[in-house]
Write a protein that binds this ligand. Structure first.
Ligand code: SAM
Length: 341
């Protein structure tokens, strides 16, 4: 392995490659949609071989039975497609990958291993109607909204397993059962951290565009809060906050002394907020600007989560209909409130 960039190439160092491959960790196989080819890391990992325990827990949730027809979204390395082919036969597996190079590499790997599932280069958000209906659909790229074609292409009673996360962050695998009326509903089954489906990536406009050429804090209105920004940083709390605070996302600006600024921005590029964290403080300085008071929204969402007994992922569920998506707590009749802007 090249220690500087953590890269390992099988033909150059098969032993290290094998050790890396058999670790219970995800392995990035592509950066920046293939535009970054240099040594080291690019900006965002865009394809991978998923973490083995994650792959198996999702397959467990999928509950594939002999004879099932399965659609996989996000072929990546092809490993999961190989596992599914082994289980139900290649003739019952369709796998869709948006990235041509990854798809072609995976197809070769699958064929070399003796599997020949239908391997499509295309946008998995559309599913693959030509081979529908499916008994099972598994996505290995995350979404902020379940594509309705997935529901339309899955048989009534069929199961969709997909990583779902709000724009804010936090993400968990949801297991939906498809009803016959175009809806689907089910529980979140565990934390995850997948790459986003390409078309659903959250656009993170740079801070300078929010400030309109002015220096921070620009026109931001100052206040103080007792809620530490550190209290809202855990993955499952971010999920609970994001379920209530739509179309906003955080970013942490760290400083050498361990303090940091938590930035909040909305995807519509109308509003921003900052909260400064310093150790051993009981009050934290807040600046907010724009029609949304983003820190106030996060604080309201945090208080609701706290009042519900600090639920983790497994108390939440999701219902998807033609009209929209509802996240609920404990039962479908108990929707998580939306904090209004
Ligand atoms: C985490 S990797 C998949 C891991 C893989 N299933 C395995 O067996 O290891 C996610 C993959 O989803 C792909 N992807 C992203 N957006 C997609 C889309 N709209 N349609 C299909 N594939 C997509 C990425 O290119 C990437 O290869």
């Amino acid at each position: 392995m090249n220690r500087q960039d953590d890269r390992v190439i099988r033909s150059e160092d098969p032993e290290t490659w094998r050790a890396a491959f058999y670790r219970d960790a995800p392995i990035t196989t592509q950066w920046d949609d293939g535009t970054y080819t240099g040594p080291g890391k690019g900006k965002i990992p865009s394809s991978s071989n998923s973490m083995p325990t994650m792959v198996f827990s999702m397959l467990d949730a999928l509950n594939v039975q002999q004879g099932h027809r399965v659609l996989e979204i996000g072929t990546g390395s092809g490993w999961n497609a190989a596992l599914l082919s082994h289980r139900v036969g290649s003739e019952n597996v369709v796998t869709v990958e948006v990235d041509g190079a990854s798809a072609r590499d995976a197809r070769k790997r699958l064929n070399d291993a003796g599997f020949d599932p239908v391997s499509i280069i295309g946008d998995g958000a559309k599913g693959y109607a030509d081979a529908a209906p499916y008994d099972r659909l598994i996505a290995t790229a995350s979404v902020g909204s379940i594509p309705r074609q997935w529901i339309a292409q899955t048989k009534p009673g069929g199961i969709i397993v997909a990583p779902w996360g709000p724009a804010y962050g936090g993400e968990a695998v949801v297991r939906l059962t498809v009803a016959g009326d175009g809806t689907a509903s089910g529980w979140f089954v565990g934390s995850s951290a997948f790459m986003r489906l390409r078309a659903q990536r959250v656009q993170r406009t740079p801070v300078r565009e929010y400030l309109g050429g002015r220096k921070w804090p620009a026109d931001g209105i100052r206040s103080m809060t007792n809620l530490s920004p550190d209290a809202v940083g855990d993955w499952h709390i971010m999920f609970a906050v994001g379920a209530q605070v739509p179309e906003a996302f955080p970013w942490m600006e760290p400083y050498d002394d361990g303090s940091y600024t938590l930035w909040l921005r909305d995807t519509a590029v109308t509003s921003w907020a900052t909260t400064d964290y310093e150790q051993d403080r009981e009050e934290f300085e807040v600046y907010q600007s724009g029609p949304r008071r983003l820190w106030d929204e996060v604080e309201t969402a945090y208080q609701w989560w706290d009042a519900q007994g600090r639920p983790r992922f497994d108390r939440f569920g999701l219902t998807v209909t033609g009209e929209g998506e509802t996240i609920w707590l404990d039962a479908p009749g108990n929707p998580v409130p939306r904090v209004s802007g």
